[in-house]
Design a protein. Structure first.
Length: 423
């Protein structure tokens, strides 16, 4: 399977979850958050009352809508799926009537398990990623609203930690602490933290199965206020070989992309069309996830000189193309699987959010011919959501191809665990 020119062969299909608010000016809509190897997509949508609901979209475009028991149905509360693994298990979080966040798992047959990280307070627990075995990582806040990383093992046991010399304040003080944003099948965890230098410089990390942390800093990353390697909410891409993809901010606060090989070699890149002023470039100031598959393909976002955000796809050979559905004024990519299918959402000129899936035309339907990546097709009719279970293919036995889950844009993300010695 080659990704040398695949970006030019993408077909973009846009969709709206049934029940989502598509009224102009409401700033609501559909927000895909993760895609698995079977092209099942999970995410959230907002209704006309601005309540969030979870959804699962099957490879053939059928929808299930779901709410976690205990999720509040008030405006801006509800259910927020963040990832789906190749067995069809979904992880995410939900807000109760007090606006407190709890983690959840949804099994393929629709059974829910809720959880809270021990010691949680403040905003609550926010799971961001899950591997094939069901290990979950994310961040939580303590009673002082300080951010920490966590790992929930498949057996329900927790580990928590913070980055070395991580700041210990809270968001109101400018400190967004520590957070884990990805985990692969071998239990390697990627995340980041802001330090206690006073500038809240961001650093990325890898954590191995022996609880050892390796701090990652790109050469050329700035050390000024809120500069560094990664950023709050900028989820890292991590594949099964241990390669990591993300962003860094230079001394002028311009963002750039990076890829770190399993051997520790950094490659930096810029999307064509990315701006070169402060807070422009490949990535953004906060909440821009980057996704990486096992073939080395990367998807993320960049901001141009007009402060417009676009999606991009970078092949394993380093070729980069822009990914914008037709009618998009802002594009957010959220995940790519090992067959080159990727998902995300975009904003139209009426300020409505829509989901999309981009497929290599080798995986398109018979009536979907190869087009340039900027071309898209709207669904011909909305489907009524189901409350049952979709017939999504599931893995049996071992898998050679496993995709990592990727979370959606989050305004808060951090981790809590005791500092570890770098390996």
């Amino acid at each position: 399977l080659s990704f040398s020119g695949y970006a030019q062969d993408l077909r973009i299909i846009t969709f709206d979850a049934p029940g989502s608010d598509v009224n102009a000016g409401d700033f609501n809509g559909t927000y895909p958050q993760g895609i698995n190897v079977w092209r099942a997509i999970t995410g959230a949508y907002q209704d006309t009352n601005s309540v969030f609901h979870g959804f699962l979209r099957s490879p053939d475009g059928k929808f299930i809508s779901f709410e976690v028991p205990g999720a509040d149905n008030g405006p801006y509360n509800g259910t927020f799926p963040s990832s789906i693994n190749d067995l069809g298990v979904i992880a995410g979080y939900y807000y109760d009537a007090n606006g407190f966040s709890h983690g959840f798992l949804r099994s393929p047959n629709g059974k829910f398990t809720s959880f809270d990280v021990p010691g949680v307070g403040g905003y609550g627990s926010t799971p961001l990623a899950m591997n094939l075995e069901g290990a979950i990582v994310g961040y939580y806040t303590d009673s002082n609203y300080s951010f920490h990383s966590f790992l929930r093992s498949p057996n329900g046991k927790f580990a928590t930690w913070t980055g070395p010399d991580a700041c210990t304040g809270n968001g109101s003080e400018g400190c967004f602490g520590s957070g884990a944003s990805n985990i692969n099948a071998f239990g390697i965890i990627a995340g980041g933290f802001e330090d206690n230098s006073g500038n809240f410089v961001h650093h990325s990390f890898l954590r191995n199965v022996n609880d050892q942390l390796k701090v990652l800093d790109v050469s050329g990353a700035g050390t000024g206020a809120y500069q560094g390697t990664g950023c709050p909410g900028c989820l890292l891409g991590l594949n099964q070989f241990g390669a990591v993809a993300g962003i860094y901010s230079d001394s002028n606060s311009v963002n750039h992309g990076f890829l770190r090989s399993p051997e520790g070699k950094f490659t930096t890149f810029d999307a064509p069309g990315a701006g070169t002023d402060s807070y422009e470039g490949t990535g953004c100031f906060s909440d821009c996830p980057v996704s990486l598959n096992n073939w080395g393909a990367i998807t993320g976002s960049y901001i141009d000189a007009n402060d417009v955000q676009h999606g991009y796809v970078r092949s394993s050979e380093g070729k980069i193309v822009t990914l914008d559905p037709v009618g998009s004024i802002y594009t957010f990519t959220d995940g790519i699987n090992d067959l080159g299918a990727l998902t995300g959402y975009y904003v139209d000129p009426s300020d409505v959010y829509h989901g999309f899936i981009a497929l290599q035309c080798g995986h398109c339907a018979d009536n979907q011919q190869s087009t340039m990546a900027a071309n898209s097709v709207r669904p011909t009719a909305a489907r009524k959501p189901s409350t049952g279970n979709l017939n999504i293919p599931r893995a049996h036995g071992s898998l050679d191809v496993i995709t990592g889950p990727y979370g959606r844009h989050l305004t808060h993300w951090r981790h809590n665990v005791k500092s570890q010695t770098a390996k």
